[in-house]
Design a protein around this ligand. Structure first.
Ligand code: DQA
Length: 152
């Protein structure tokens, strides 16, 4: 099992950026947290973070044929990027969306997610733990799909 863990703009500045919203731990700590969760489930985790929309699209495309699933926090592009939505739909891999903060309790422009329209599940407002839930959900989902396939 292999997951691509994709992060959008300013997630590299975790710890520094608005710590009352995003917490005091940095991106490296988040990567380690996710890696530990994946390792415990024998899932290979491959990380990518970019501040550039096109690079995120390229990376989602690269997941096709390599990854079993995607965990994505598109950050601000969540609320603007049809290109990321289209890329997720194009590759057709199961994807779970995560937001550290509760986007529904913040400004109204954060209430809509384009990426979420192509995701099987969204976790928000749980900090790092949202990723733990996302990994477990995606793992179970893919395993369930494989079971169904081998039954028929
Ligand atoms: C975020 C929420 C977005 O609205 C924001 O632009 C981010 C981070 C989150 O993880 O809570 O950069 O995706």
């Amino acid at each position: 099992m292999k997951f691509y863990i994709i992060h959008g703009p300013n997630i590299n500045l975790l710890g520094l950026r608005e710590p009352t919203i995003y917490g005091k731990e940095n991106y490296e700590a988040l990567v380690q947290f996710i890696k530990n969760q994946c390792d415990a489930k024998q899932i290979e985790s491959v990380f990518f973070q970019s501040n550039h929309e096109g690079d995120l699209v390229d990376y989602i495309q690269a997941a096709y044929g390599d990854a079993d699933g995607i965990i994505i926090n598109p950050a601000a592009y969540t609320h603007t990027s049809v290109a990321i939505l289209d890329a997720l739909k194009a590759v057709g891999l199961p994807a779970v969306e995560v937001h550290l903060s509760n986007i529904y309790e913040r400004e109204s422009f954060r209430h809509h997610s384009y990426a979420g329209m192509a995701c099987i599940k969204t976790y928000y407002g749980m900090g790092f733990d949202g990723y733990k839930e996302a990994i477990a959900y995606l793992n179970d989902y893919i395993k369930g799909q494989n079971t169904k396939k081998s039954e028929t």
